[in-house]
Design a protein. Structure first.
Length: 368
């Protein structure tokens, strides 16, 4: 369904504003703020199981030579799901109105049940390494992860990339609607990302097959600041370059295409790198830990997005006249400069990480 649906879903479900008071289907404000939390908690727990287990299953069912391709297929299927959810929601909304944001959950639930049945009846694995571990053994494995400085630093570096990628849902929807007008379609714009990933991730993984995981990730990391700068260009260009589409939308789509290509270089090889660090039977724990960047990038990325939108691209409803709002949002493109800087810092950090770890590994080999 995607994070981009969540804000409107809350509003449609009854979490709407009446002046300074917010109520959820008539419930007092103290209840309305927390009604969604149990639902999100269930999603969080479920996602924690799914991501780690599927990632580990790919590692178990592939060899080191085929692992990158395995993760590219996994990542392609993930983005098919992302693309399908966004593709369905707008036509559904046109037919039944804002209630579409409620009914999309039924679609998601049905697809999840079908996937569960497919796993139960069709998937059988003969690889059982790591099954039946005691809590003590699990604790020891976890300690090995959190004391592995390479993995911890890599998570922090990749968090920089995902902070930029999170703006597809954190900044882009409001930015496009406020700058390009209410007729803008942020849902379709966001769909550019999974579409490009589905089309390109397998090809890019094969293209980089003879390169190390870190090298492939470095290519993607240096693409991400370029994508942010392209998004900024929409507010800098004069007359619309293409008839029927604003420069804001055009450059946003262009930037998202580059962002998606960066994701193709990074994500499958990032999972491959983590899987190769895991001892036999501990792939699930290591790969579950690898997704820590999702938590960090969401916390910092969405928080920073709120601050930057308020400062550079505020809500037009807060201004008495259009001219006052235009003056306040004249530098709206500055938002993307911040994220370009974050992406560039992360790219340079990964380059240094690769050089330092390569040097350490060479010294270890020389001393053996």
């Amino acid at each position: 369904m995607g994070l981009g649906v969540l804000p409107t879903l809350l509003e449609t479900a009854g979490l709407v504003s009446y002046g300074a008071t917010t109520r959820f289907n008539g419930l007092p404000d103290s209840y309305s703020r927390w009604m969604i939390v149990p639902v999100l908690f269930i999603l969080m727990v479920g996602g924690s199981f799914i991501k780690s287990i599927i990632s580990a299953s790919v590692a178990k069912e592939t060899t080191e030579a085929t692992r990158a391709r395995g993760y590219s297929i996994f990542y392609m299927l993930v983005n098919i799901g992302a693309f399908t959810g966004k593709t369905i929601i707008d036509p559904l909304r046109n037919v039944i109105g804002e209630q579409a944001y409620i009914y999309i959950n039924y679609f998601s639930g049905a697809m999840t049940i079908i996937a569960l049945l497919a796993v139960v009846f069709l998937y059988k694995s003969t690889h059982t390494a790591g099954e039946g571990k005691s809590l003590h053994e699990i604790g020891q494995g976890f300690m090995r992860i959190i004391t592995n400085w390479r993995l911890l630093i890599l998570i922090l570096i990749v968090t920089g990339f995902w902070m930029v990628q999170q703006q597809l849902y954190a900044t882009m929807p409001k930015y496009v609607i406020r700058m390009a007008g209410e007729t803008a379609k942020p849902g379709w714009i966001a769909n550019v990302n999974p579409f490009v990933v589905v089309c390109c991730v397998s090809f890019i993984t094969r293209l980089m097959a003879k390169r190390s995981a870190i090298t492939s990730m470095n290519v993607g990391m240096f693409l991400i600041p370029v994508s942010a700068l392209l998004m900024a260009c929409g507010n800098l260009l004069g007359n619309d370059l293409l008839s029927g589409i604003s420069n804001i939308t055009l450059m946003m789509v262009t930037g998202i295409v580059v962002q998606a290509l960066a994701e193709c270089f990074i994500s499958p090889r990032y999972l491959e790198y983590f899987s190769l660090q895991a001892p036999k039977g501990e792939e699930g724990m290591y790969l579950g830990f690898s997704h820590l960047h999702s938590f960090l990038s969401s916390i910092f990325g969405f928080g920073l997005a709120g601050i930057l939108l308020t400062k550079y691209c505020p809500d037009p409803a807060l201004f008495e006249t259009r001219a006052a709002w235009e003056a306040a949002s004249a530098n709206a493109h500055y938002i993307w400069y911040y994220f370009a800087a974050i992406g560039l810092i992360a790219a340079i950090a990964l380059l240094l990480f690769a050089k330092i770890t390569e040097s350490i590994d060479k010294k270890k080999k020389a001393n053996q």
